[in-house]
Ligand binder design. Sequence first.
Ligand code: ATP
Length: 235
Amino acid sequence: MSLLEVDDIHTYYGNIEALKGVSLEVNEGEIVTLIGSNGAGKSTTLRSISGLTPPRDGAIRFEGRDISLMAPQEIVRLGILQSPEGRHCFQRMSVRENLELGAYLRRDNEVGEDMERVFTLFPRLQERERQKAGTMSGGEQQMLAIGRALMGRPRLLLLDEPSMGIAPILVERIYETIAEINRQGTTILLVEQNANYALGVSNRGYVLETGAVALADVSSSLRENPDVQKAYLGA
Ligand code: ATP
């Protein structure tokens, strides 16, 4: 059984059908990438999974259970945590406070331990522990958004465009860290326009075009596919 199974979902904004029957799956332990151009429906797919724009038809199953009509806060409680596009850190709060907020649903005593883990993954966040999030660079805020999601101990981590607006050297570092987070046991579904790094770290990928899956394959094959190279890898 897959950890996450998206089964023929149709998601609308008013009368606009943004997803026209998207199906995909994510197995425990994988990194899966969704690529596609502007408006293809990548963010809408993540937002459908996290309950922000629930599908009108089709089903989303997490560990076999249908979550497609659950409220976002219930979905978060199941361990599906999203680091949203554009980051959305709490600008006037410090790095540490943002991370503490990420642990708000936890009742155990291991929050401090997890904060250490996040600081080990992103040493920059430790250096900036007391800095207000709003004064950090785009790349640093991206690290903080991922760190904050990790503080909730995700069973499935959803990452929306972790490379957006970030200098190439930092993109590489963020992707190395994403691979490390996965090695430590977190299953990841990520969305990217900048497909090169994403396909480099993921096991499998899906290409979305105008609200439907156009292609699905292991990431190494997608990277070698001439159509993918031309459309998404800047070849
Ligand atoms: P990008 O890489 O540009 O973020 P995307 O692949 O994530 O693109 P989505 O944001 O999922 O694409 O958008 C899919 C479609 O839904 C687009 O046609 C978009 O215009 C439309 N859409 C997205 N959000 C809304 C909204 N709030 N209201 C109306 N239409 C929307």
